[in-house]
Design a protein around this ligand. Structure first.
Ligand code: HEC
Length: 106
């Protein structure tokens, strides 16, 4: 009896881990888009040293997640300072915001 409950526990633990991994990989490893306020603050702080936000505004609604990732990598090569977490967040933001969104365009 003791052995059965122990192995049941292992199975349960393994299933939990598997479910957790499946849930995480579902959102293409960048996670859900953060709130507008978070998106806006990253863009306002990190993306205006080199060009106006109009550059970013113009690109809203034209790029996939993968294309935004490439763009952000390019900005970092130019010298943009973004942590891994901020990169993921800003990609999630920019790929989900509609064209002309006030978050970036105002
Ligand atoms: C260190 C300077 C720098 C910073 C900081 C920077 N960029 Fe850029 N960005 C550039 C340069 C250089 C270009 C290219 C300009 C050109 O094409 O004439 C560019 C162009 C762009 C473009 C238009 C080209 C494309 O890839 O679609 C977008 C969109 C863009 N940046 C988004 C961002 C975002 C979002 C951020 C903040 C995460 C950011 N940039 C921060 C330097 C920077």
């Amino acid at each position: 009896m003791k052995i059965i409950s122990k192995s049941a526990l292992y199975v349960f633990a393994a299933l939990t881990v598997l479910l957790f991994m499946a849930a995480c990989s579902g959102t293409a490893d960048i996670g859900e888009a953060p709130s507008d306020a978070v998106c806006k603050s990253i863009v306002d702080v990190k993306c205006v040293q080199c060009h106006y936000k109009t550059r970013i505004c113009d690109s809203l609604g034209t790029k996939s997640v993968g294309k935004w990732k490439q763009s952000i990598k390019f900005m970092i090569k130019q010298g943009a300072q973004l942590t891994e977490d901020e990169q993921n967040k800003v990609v999630a933001c920019l790929s989900s915001l509609p064209r002309g969104s006030e978050v970036v365009c105002k």
